[in-house]
Design a protein around this ligand. Structure first.
Ligand SMILES: Nc1ncnc2c1ncn2[C@@H]1O[C@H](COP(=O)(O)OP(=O)(O)OP(=O)(O)O)[C@@H](O)[C@H]1O
Ligand SMILES: [Mg+2]
Length: 254
């Protein structure tokens, strides 16, 4: 199974125009609530895509269905042409899919460096072998130099960047970031946008959930608007902002 998961990394879907990730009529219910309702979405290699929408729209549920924490009630999650709808999360991670969840997942009593070791540990054990790799990842998220501080002692913004660093530990091809700038100052948000821009420029395919339109503006991505579990509309920021229904209903402007 490892070989199967690892072999997915060698496939290049862009070579035949196939999307890296394809959601086909993905539906997820919690009892009587349909949190995600027949969502279709194509993400191509190298894309930087934003998912926006009001509280409860189903954004986080959709992310959890992509990484395997939820299994769809119907529809399919296709990665590099393979139906992975029922593949376990750790295998999806091995295939190159990684997530920063909306809720914190750092260990506050461990150092920044030790948190990264824990995130890497599923793949390798000898810390000396991964030291440079960890420092490189921390560098990529602007945390070089504070690797020996307890994660509970660093600032809120730095903790969010550490969360991104933890998601980078598996060397992802597809990175999902659920509200990476939540609670950040405008300056920290700008730095987060820069981190994302650089990762994307280096070839990583990234989907970001965000509420803050200033943050979206910094990256000018393609956007999908979710509402009540459904795709409401898709487009570039200027198209989304021009859409009066989106303004009135989804961005809270009257
Ligand atoms: N594990 C769960 N069990 C039951 N209901 C859930 C569960 N997870 C999410 N929901 C419900 O599904 C709906 C979508 O939730 P979700 O967290 O995906 O929304 P969201 O778009 O991420 O919202 P927010 O912007 O507030 O993070 C909500 O009504 C929520 O209460
Ligand atoms: Mg959410």
């Amino acid at each position: 199974m490892n070989a199967v998961a690892d072999s997915h990394r060698t496939v290049n879907p862009a070579a035949n125009g196939q999307p890296l990730l394809q959601l086909r009529d993905v539906t997820k219910r919690f009892g009587g609530l349909t949190a995600v309702n027949k969502v279709n979405l194509d993400i191509h290699q190298g894309d930087l895509h934003f998912l926006i929408g009001p509280n409860g729209a189903g954004k986080s549920t959709l992310f959890k269905t992509i990484v395997g924490y939820h299994k769809p009630d119907s529809g399919q999650v296709i990665y590099k042409g393979n139906d992975i709808s029922f593949v376990e999360p750790f295998l999806r991670a091995r295939m190159g899919i990684s997530i920063k969840f909306q809720t914190p997942s750092v260990y506050p009593d461990l150092t920044v460096f030790q948190n990264m070791v824990v995130a890497l540990n599923r793949r390798r054990t000898a810390v000396d072998n991964v030291r440079q790799e960890i420092l490189d990842r921390l560098d990529a998220v602007g945390l070089h130099g504070i690797e020996n501080m307890a994660a509970g002692q660093i600032s809120h913004g730095q903790r969010q960047w550490l969360e991104i660093g933890l998601a980078l530990a598996v060397d992802p091809e597809l990175l999902l970031l659920d509200e990476p700038n939540a609670g950040m100052t405008p300056d920290e948000t700008a730095r987060t946008a820069e981190i994302i821009r650089r990762l994307n420029k280096d070839g990583m395919t990234i989907i970001v959930i965000a509420h803050d339109m200033e943050f979206v503006r910094m990256l000018e991505p393609r956007i999908t608007v979710l509402h009540l579990g459904r795709v409401f509309t898709q487009g570039q920021l200027c198209e989304i902002e021009r859409n009066e229904e989106v303004q009135q209903i989804y961005l809270g402007k009257k």
